[in-house]
Design a protein around this ligand. Structure first.
Ligand code: GLU
Length: 396
């Protein structure tokens, strides 16, 4: 027998996650003894707050080692609803039966894409956006339609730009504020206009709010405080970024009950429940509000200091153009024309790694090849050294 693997039609066009690929490459170079400044994947460098880890240890001792309900344990879904209700304005409060807990916001996003969209459906993706949105929509056999934001508007899209990109096949849009990869934050007015358009057109809105609490120039608004209705709204969040819990793999969706049921059924065939012990850790993060608010505030203050330090480090390089980073922990730097390459970001990422030992993500991962993304979720000294090397490599 000679069976040679050929990718199925499902994955024929799929590319590996560029953010995770950069992280893997940086790890491999480090393991080989190179001293690498890894500004690739976006991952808080803090440890998970102690009270959360202790809650997980206690849960294990108490026997949290078995299957749970596919959609997650009820106390966690209630805590997710209570957390969301801190932001809800003018709409019915979120209830636990609208929540599905998953193995990370990535899984919830994928579940939502598969359950809402299929062949023939077009989904508007403000671009640049996180690399996995495009791939998830393709895996759902829908068509991702990039809608490009203007550099003068921090690469954010407007309701008018979305309306202009729509066709009769448009079924929904992805929203992400603060944005990965740019760190741009949509204003309340911008979000209100986009949500009104989506409601008027009967589009699904998949709002990825994973960076919502990480904002520096004032709070980033939740769609829950602005949407005219929740009938077309899928809010995605998780504990990874705000609570420094990337490895625990806990995310969730908040969606209308019928869709929530479909997403639960879909998850029941793919992964079942997320790890029981992680659910109890997330329960501590969400329900011990005073302790977790203090921990989140501390981490966000740290990110804020690093953001400011990174921007200060760029002042000697006034020709370096970047998107003003108002949230998340990314700086999106324009490298158009670098070495005359069509994929300037790819050429720059390769060069800055080889010459300066700095790992960054090429903008092609976010469908904007003239840019590169650096993460400053690392110590201030490393972030400053890294951005200085980037600027040096760029301006020569
Ligand atoms: N979302 C983070 C990033 O963009 C983590 C890696 C990933 O899942 O893409 O770097």
């Amino acid at each position: 027998m000679s069976l040679v693997f050929q990718p199925s039609a499902n994955i024929a066009r799929m590319k590996e996650s560029a953010t995770l690929a950069v992280a893997a490459k940086a790890r491999a170079l480090k393991a080989a003894g190179q001293s690498i400044i890894d500004l690739g994947a976006g991952e808080p460098d803090f440890d998970t707050p102690l009270f959360i880890r202790e809650a997980a240890v206690k849960a294990l001792a108490d026997g949290a080692t078995r299957y749970t309900a596919t959609e997650g344990i009820l106390p966690l879904r209630e805590a997710v609803a209570a957390d969301a209700n801190r932001y809800v304005q003018g709409l019915a409060p979120v209830a636990a039966n609208e929540v599905v807990v998953s193995n990370g916001s990535k899984q919830s996003l994928y579940n939502a894409c598969v359950c809402c969209f299929g062949p023939g459906d077009e989904v508007l993706v403000p671009t640049p956006s996180w690399t996995s949105y495009y791939e998830m929509l393709e895996l759902a056999r829908a068509t991702a339609v990039p809608v490009y934001g203007d550099a003068a508007n921090s690469l954010k899209v407007t309701a008018d730009q979305l309306a202009a990109a729509a066709t009769p096949r448009t079924k929904g849009l992805m929203l992400n504020s603060p944005s990965n990869p740019t760190g741009a934050v949509y204003s309340r007015e911008e979000l209100t206009a986009i949500l009104a358009l989506a409601a008027e057109r009967n589009w699904w809105v998949i709002a990825d709010e994973i960076y919502m609490r990480i904002a520096y120039d004032g709070p980033a608004a939740s769609v829950l405080s602005l949407a005219p209705t929740r009938e077309n709204l899928i809010v995605i969040n998780g504990v990874a970024k705000a609570y420094a819990m990337t490895g625990w793999r806990i995310g969730w969706s908040i969606a209308p009950v019928a869709l929530t049921k479909a997403m639960t059924a879909f998850q029941s065939h793919t992964t079942s429940n997320p790890a029981a012990v992680s659910q109890y850790a997330a329960l501590a993060a969400l329900s011990r509000v005073e302790e977790s608010d203090a921990a989140v505030e501390h981490m966000v203050q740290e990110f804020h200091r690093r953001r400011d330090a990174v921007l200060r480090a760029l002042t000697p390089y006034p020709t370096v153009r970047y998107v003003h980073p108002a949230g998340a922990f990314y700086l999106y730097v324009n490298v158009a024309g670098f070495e005359g390459a069509a994929d300037a970001g790819g050429a720059f990422a390769a060069r800055v790694l080889e010459r300066e030992n700095v790992a960054v993500v090429p903008g092609s991962a976010f469908l904007t090849p003239d840019w590169i993304r650096m993460s400053y979720a690392t110590t201030e000294a490393i972030a400053v050294e890294g951005v200085t090397r980037i600027a040096r490599c760029l301006v020569g």
